[in-house]
Design a protein around this ligand. Structure first.
Ligand code: 0RA
Length: 638
């Protein structure tokens, strides 16, 4: 470890340079929650990915260390270490201590980090309580350590490197996020793994390694097949209709790459990327793709005379049922435009035209040359069109009866007094007796209670007409207030917190799972906008002297007992919500002052889709495999 030394004048200037990052971290990484935290890892990985895109690195190693820190190593050229003419310190130090220092050295055509997130390693450094960098160059190993963005000494050489891989040249960055800057500093290994896997698919030929030292597992990612492999991977639990269709072409400095594969499900899984960064909210490249897909399939249907009387054309919704696709465009960094600060949506108008032209031509050719595949796709989407017409008729019938108008709120709903949605909460409560306690215990000003009888329909593969024919889901939909299907109106949402409150046992988890499936598949707006929560009822009540304590886990129970070792106590295990009286339920689970809520978040739609397909879908073997693999992390209490 380097000893702290005196800073020279330029170093102090640099220190001031990073102050804004620590003052307003959200401005640089979006947020200081789990998402912002995860951003630190992708930022450092993308610096190495840029080196790989420049053709200078072929291996990237990522390690999640036991102490919660992360290191990223590549076998690129190594960040330059020579004296920076203006700053009068090593270029390496400038890179780590100056905002946007990266872009000054080189102008690579498709740069990931500078162009999209654009924050650079210095932001990660500013938000780390410890960061060590090692550069292998000119047969030497240089290193520097930093605390909260402040160098602990000058760049120096060492013959005892910390970096594990022995390539002759390369860069190693090891950082631990500063706990005072984030709501949590615990990285999610799954999220790291997913971003590594995405990058491996997109940059064919680069070897990625991810070691999780906490679970002692190393995974390697290397795909020759690029996005074709990604589409196949996304469809791995589904019945596919054909081999992936792959289209690639360069139009006016924009590389367009698309892979498409239909499966027999009803959902759509379209993932899009610009220069290796996922555009979660799509944009002009996705719009161009959709227009081309709809046109190409309609043109083919007309050409082979597939439309019968009354059927005129397929809509965008029809051709998206069962569609899995990856859209990947590469645009010169300086030309990229984004719609907003979050940079999740591409806004370049010309890209829509390029993608549209490339995809239309590619699909026309493919359908021409592979008529059997084309027919299978056509049958699938025409079935979707017929189902749409049937569902519309069924829903019209339901709507005519006024069931979903929201005029008459269901009698089972104990509504709250407030009409200000942002302060209102809807508790979905398992069982009549718990429902009764919840109704008596709640704060009726802003808390509404809807008791649910037993299990709701599994809606994973249910069409809308079947969903609203199911009484409990119809009642729930009316209570939520924003409609369903293509009549959704977010402004009519009646509660900004919808809280699933079930027993802490297997049945309770199943009911919660069914309700989450309903929201995820049929009211995704609720999940995407953070309106869905799980209540966390306690598992134990411990009475010691005249005081009562509640424990929400076995660890908490043990800690409470340990803190009062020589007092007499009684311990009561709650089996279900119904065992708590109204006051207890309010105190432990519903009172905003002391309750814990878990927000249901979909940070990775593809992963969520996989979990839902596996757990809630038709096929038994993948479900069995999922359950046996995850059995140890499950909490069985039968
Ligand atoms: C500036 C110039 C050169 C390489 C890099 C930066 C570089 C940055 C990172 C960040 C992570 N890994 C990296 N590898 C390289 C080119 C230096 C040369 O021409 O030798």
């Amino acid at each position: 470890m380097a000893k702290p030394t005196n800073y020279d004048a330029s170093a102090i200037q640099v220190l001031e340079g990073l102050e804004p990052v620590r003052k307003r971290p959200g401005m640089y990484i979006g947020s200081t929650d789990q998402k912002g935290l995860q951003h630190l890892v992708t930022e450092i990985i993308d610096n190495s990915v840029d080196e790989a895109l420049a053709g200078a690195a072929s291996h990237i190693w990522v390690i999640l260390h036991k102490d919660g820190s992360v290191s990223v190593q590549d076998d690129g050229r190594g960040i330059p270490v020579d004296m920076h003419p203006k700053a009068k310190v090593s270029a390496l130090q400038v890179t780590l201590t100056t905002l946007h220092a990266g872009g000054k050295f080189d102008e690579k055509a498709y740069k990931v980090s500078g162009g999209l997130h654009g924050v650079g390693a210095s932001v990660v450094n500013a938000l780390s309580d410890h960061l060590r960098v090692e550069v292998r160059r000119d047969s030497k190993i240089y290193f520097q350590e930093h605390k909260r963005g402040v160098p602990e000494g000058k760049v120096a050489t060492t013959d005892k490197p910390e970096s594990p891989n022995l390539s002759k040249t390369g860069t190693y960055v090891h950082f631990h996020p500063d706990p005072t800057m984030f709501t949590s500093v615990e990285f999610d290994p799954q999220t790291i793994e997913n971003s590594i896997r995405n990058r491996a698919y997109l940059i064919a030929g680069v070897h990625f390694y991810f070691t999780n030292e906490i679970s002692d597992i190393t995974k390697q990612y290397y795909f020759e097949g690029g996005i074709k492999s990604l589409v196949a991977h996304t469809n791995r639990d589904k019945k596919v209709l054909h081999d992936p269709i792959y289209i690639k072409k360069t139009a006016d400095h924009t590389d367009v790459e698309v892979a498409v594969q239909y499966n027999d499900s009803f959902s759509e899984m379209v993932t899009s990327f610009v220069n290796v960064v996922e555009t979660v909210d799509g944009g002009t490249h996705v719009t161009g793709f959709r227009i081309a897909l709809t046109r190409a399939i309609n043109d083919y249907a007309k050409k082979i005379g597939a439309f019968k009387n009354g059927e005129e054309s397929l809509t965008g919704d029809d051709v998206r049922e069962g569609l899995t696709a990856v859209i990947y465009v590469k645009i010169p960094t300086q030309a990229i435009q984004f719609e907003s600060q979050t940079k999740a949506k591409l806004n370049n108008p010309e890209v829509q035209g390029y993608v549209n032209a490339v995809v239309k031509e590619g699909l026309d050719t493919y359908f021409e040359e592979n008529p059997a595949d084309a027919r299978r796709i056509l049958e699938k989407v025409m079935l979707a069109a017929r189902a749409r017409l049937a569902a519309r008729a069924a829903k019209d019938a339901v709507l005519r009866k006024g069931a979903l108008e929201g005029m008459t709120l269901p009698g089972k709903l104990a509504d709250c007094q407030s009409r200000i949605a942002s302060e209102c909460e809807l508790y979905l409560v398992e069982g009549q007796s718990a429902g009764g306690s919840a109704k008596n215990g709640r704060d009726r000003k802003f808390q509404a209670i809807l008791p649910l009888r037993g299990k709701v329909l599994n809606t994973e593969r249910a069409q809308l007409d079947r969903v609203i024919a199911f009484e409990e889901l119809k009642i729930l939909t009316i209570a939520v207030g924003m409609g369903i299907g293509d009549t959704i109106n977010p402004e009519k949402l009646r509660y900004h917190r919808i809280i699933i409150m079930t027993d802490a046992d297997v049945d309770g988890s199943h009911i919660a799972c069914l309700l989450m499936t309903f929201f995820y598949r049929h009211l995704p707006y609720i999940v995407q906008n953070g309106h869905l929560y799980l209540a966390m009822p306690p598992l134990y009540k411990i009475d010691i002297a005249k005081q009562s304590f509640w424990a929400y886990s076995d660890e908490e129970r043990d800690a409470i007992l340990k803190a009062h070792p020589d007092s007499k106590f009684t311990i009561q295990r709650y089996k279900g919500l119904g065992e708590m009286n109204a006051t207890e339920l309010w105190d432990t689970t519903m009172n905003p002052e002391n309750r814990t809520l878990k927000k249901v978040e979909i940070s990775d739609a593809a992963h969520a889709d996989h979990v839902f397909s596996t757990l809630m879908g038709d096929d038994v073997p993948p479900r069995k495999k999922f359950i046996t693999t995850h059995a140890r992390s499950a909490n069985l209490d039968i």
